[in-house]
Design a protein around this ligand. Structure first.
Ligand code: TYC
Length: 102
C-alpha cells in the first residue's frame, strides 16, 4: 500500500458529533398582560431589540402564540421560567412554554 492509499478520504476516521436537540421557547397570548410589558420581558430575557420584541408580541397577540427562539433544553426551560416569573411577579398571566424542535 502506498502513502496515497493511506490518505484516501474514506480511510480517515470522521468523528461523529451528536448535535444537542433544540427546544423552542413559545410565547403564549393572554387577554390581560399589557403589550408594553410583554415587549419589556422579551427584551430583558431574550435580548431582542424593541422592533423584534414588538413583532414577536404582536404575532402572539394575533395568532395565539409565537416562537421566540430556540436553545438547548436547559437554556430554553430557564428562559421560559424567567419570562413567566416576571409576569407572575406583576400579577399577570404571561406564559412561555417549551417544545422540542422537529
Ligand atoms: N393580548 C394582550 C393584550 O391585548 C397582549 C399580549 C400579547 C399578551 C402577547 C401576551 O403573549 C402575549 N393586552
Amino acid at each position: 500500500m502506498s502513502d496515497i492509499d493511506v490518505l484516501k478520504p474514506e480511510t480517515i476516521a470522521k468523528p461523529k458529533i451528536e448535535q444537542p436537540r433544540l427546544y423552542k421557547v413559545v410565547l403564549l397570548n393572554d387577554d390581560y398582560t399589557p403589550r408594553e410589558f410583554v415587549v419589556q420581558v422579551l427584551k430583558a430575557v431574550f435580548r431582542t431589540n424593541e422592533d423584534q420584541a414588538y413583532r414577536i408580541m404582536m404575532t402572539a397577540h394575533q395568532k395565539g402564540a409565537c416562537v421566540v427562539a430556540t436553545f438547548t433544553r436547559d437554556i430554553a426551560e430557564s428562559k421560559a421560567t424567567e419570562g413567566t416569573e416576571m409576569g407572575r411577579q406583576k400579577g399577570y398571566p404571561l406564559a412561555f412554554s417549551t417544545e422540542p424542535e422537529e
